[in-house]
Design a protein around this ligand. Structure first.
Ligand SMILES: [Mn+2]
Length: 355
């Protein structure tokens, strides 16, 4: 059997296994990581739709943290994704807990204590200390988006996928794979093909370019003033900011800087230092880069060209952040082999870092 066909067979048997489990449940709660992104929102909505349409099961989506990025807030608003803050939910009322786009054991994922997780659907490399094995786990690290895996379940279940759900899943695949240009598998391409005729294009365009606050532009200016370039490597410190999404967003933007191929961006939000890594180098995995940068501090995840992590700061603020940034910078320069390169800013030579 050709490899592709074999993969599809495997996927189909996973669907059957999931359907069997759902058949035996009455109320599902879908959880994801803190401050959910489009892929986790799309896969949560898709899984809820599957549970309701095919099995007539009640289903809710929990929200942990906030929806940060303006695009993501616009996605929730336009697609009317019903999210219930996790502290307002009565967890014992659910006989099935599902986790999408993350896994138990990840630092950015807070799951109800003392409750077993029934379903895990994800595409990230599993954490080393994962905890109890769930009744159903479908973890495919070769797939670009969890939304693609959930789309496959919907196809296999033969349920109608309405515009709203299709658009959410599509936007999940689109953002995690940069429009099928990175971390792509045949499953992502098949999901895109299935979803494309079902989406609302003008709604999608609205989600992708929402109105942005003055604070956004102010953070952006601050970030660009603090760019440090070492040969092909770009470092950027955003200082104290409102949302960790800004770190990821600036990292994406700076990866477009001419002649540069790897970006490390960091910023502090409410006592936690967030770091995002992007690389256009095909031989280097962003996961290895963030691991080397953090060198045992904090938690992190990612794969392919994208990775992110965070470090909890002790109470005494700014000086701690500076010290952490200096440690990270040292680790990064060593990992990238640019320790002896002279540092530049966007407009040429840069003064040494202020303390
Ligand atoms: Mn994802």
């Amino acid at each position: 059997m050709p490899a592709n066909e074999m993969r599809m067979q495997l996927v189909k048997s996973k669907s059957t296994e999931l359907f069997r489990l759902l058949e035996s449940r009455k109320r599902v709660l879908v959880l994801s990581h803190t401050n959910p992104d489009p892929d986790s929102l799309g896969s949560a909505l898709g899984l809820c739709h599957l549970a309701r349409q095919r099995f007539g099961i009640e289903c809710d989506c929990a929200l942990d943290g906030r929806i940060m990025r303006a695009e993501n807030r616009e996605m929730v608003r336009r697609l009317e994704i019903p999210l219930v803050p996790i502290d307002q939910l009565h967890i014992p009322g659910y006989d099935c807990l599902a986790v999408v786009d993350t896994q138990p054991g990840f630092g950015h994922t807070h799951l109800p204590e003392g409750r077993e997780i029934d379903i895990v659907i994800d595409h990230h490399v599993s954490p080393e200390r994962g905890g109890a094995t769930p009744a159903f786990a479908d973890i495919r690290t070769d797939v670009g988006a969890t939304s693609s895996i959930v789309t496959r379940y919907l196809i296999d279940a033969g349920v109608d996928v309405p515009t709203r759900v299709a658009t959410a899943l599509y936007y999940g695949v689109k953002t995690d794979t940069a429009d099928l240009s990175r971390n792509v598998s045949p499953l992502d391409a098949a999901a895109y093909e299935f979803l494309t005729p079902r989406i609302d294009r003008s709604c999608l365009a609205g989600i992708a370019s929402p109105a942005l606050s003055p604070a956004y532009f102010s953070s952006l200016r601050q970030a660009l003033n603090n760019v440090r370039i070492y040969d092909n490597v770009v470092l950027c410190s955003l200082g104290r900011i409102d949302s960790p999404e800004m770190v990821a967003e600036v990292a994406d933007l700076l990866l477009r800087l001419e002649g540069k191929d790897t970006v490390f961006c960091g910023g502090e939000v409410d006592g936690t230092y967030f770091i995002s890594v992007r690389t256009a180098l095909s031989k280097i995995d962003a996961y290895d880069l963030i691991r080397d940068a953090l060198a045992g501090e904090g938690s992190f995840g990612g794969h392919g060209s994208v990775a992110g992590g965070s470090v909890k700061m002790p109470d005494d603020g700014t000086r701690c952040v500076r010290r952490l940034e200096r440690r990270l910078e040292k680790n990064i320069l060593r990992a990238m082999g640019v320790e002896d390169v002279t540092v530049c800013g966007l407009a040429g030579p840069t003064p040494s870092r202020a303390d």
